[in-house]
Ligand binder design. Structure first.
Ligand SMILES: [Zn+2]
Length: 303
């Protein structure tokens, strides 16, 4: 163990690369990439044939890593997609003065309990802010995107298009550190199911309403939740969509609404609010899967 910060960070970068995880430099003391963005691209060097972002420039080459980290005490970014990693990011509430907002570790544990799954035991890194990163090997057959709040509140995932700050990095004076001896495990199948974006050709055909005997409060709930999503302010859109999906999922479990009706209504509302098609699909799918399972179990339907 060295006390020279720059050498320690170089070691952290080489250690990640030795695992086969491509790394790139982050600005010293921060989580932000040190590489230039597209608008500042000089179109020279690695970008002479067009801009290459950090995901493309991340490397496992020890010589390139030594050259880069000889310049400054860069933090270490791991490009999760090309690393074949899926990292579950359990965040801590930023403003928690009241102390009652549950963190990602709590909401993730609750998700595991609701779905009857064990809390996965895998390589874990404690973040500078006191959150946790759970590292999994990503399934090879599917290209998982990043998600934000899809699994549970304050639970994000990093895969293709994302990166994580590696163990050994220093942010705001706190070091990212591995916690415990757990080994890297494959992503559990039930988590994969919640994270795979639905393929357009696999979408079910639009079905007719379940029956003509719909109750007024069901229509009222559908209208209310759809309106809440459409008018959600930026930063709350995904969470509102998730909550709406969970609220309406119980009417799917009870047979008052079809899944397709709810999916179509919420997809339209989410896109109207400014979320991407893929974000809406992923969130609605996750919310309905949880809610239908949860409500069916509570009603004893499974028995
Ligand atoms: Zn460039």
């Amino acid at each position: 163990m060295t006390h020279d910060p720059q050498t320690a960070l170089l070691s952290a970068a080489l250690a990640a690369a030795a695992r086969g995880w491509p790394v790139f430099p982050l600005r010293p003391g921060t989580k932000r990439p040190a590489l230039h963005g597209e608008t500042a691209c000089p179109r020279t060097g690695p970008c002479s044939d067009g801009h290459r972002k950090w995901e493309q420039r991340a490397t496992t080459d020890p010589d390139r890593i030594r050259a880069a980290w000889s310049r400054a005490p860069f933090n270490v970014g791991i490009a999760t997609g090309p690393s074949g990693l899926l990292v579950v990011d359990l965040d801590v509430p930023k403003d928690n003065s009241s102390g009652d907002a549950p963190g990602g570790a709590t909401t993730f544990r609750a998700l595991c309990e609701r779905t009857g799954q064990a809390v996965p035991h895998t390589r874990t890194v404690r973040t500078a802010s006191g959150g946790q990163h759970l590292y999994f090997t990503a399934p090879a057959a599917v290209r998982l995107p990043n998600t934000a709040g899809t699994l549970a509140p304050r639970v994000d995932t990093r895969a293709w298009g994302g990166y994580v700050v590696a163990a050994g990095s220093l942010v705001d004076g706190s070091r990212y550190e591995t916690v415990g001896p757990a080994l890297l495990r494959p992503l559990p199948g039930w988590l994969k199911t919640l994270l795979v974006p639905p393929h357009p050709i696999n979408r079910p055909p639009v079905a007719a309403p379940a029956s003509g005997r719909r109750r007024p409060y069901v229509d009222a709930a559908l209208a209310r939740e759809t309106a809440a999503v459409t008018t959600a302010r930026e930063g709350r859109r995904n969470a509102t969509l998730l909550r709406a999906g969970r609220a309406l999922g119980r009417f799917v479990a009870s047979g008052d609404l079809t899944r397709t009706e709810v999916e179509n209504a919420l997809q339209g509302a989410g896109e109207a609010a400014g979320l991407t098609v893929a974000e809406c699909r992923a969130t609605i799918r996750s919310a309905l899967n949880w809610s239908i399972t949860h409500n069916a179990a509570r009603r004893g339907v499974a028995a």
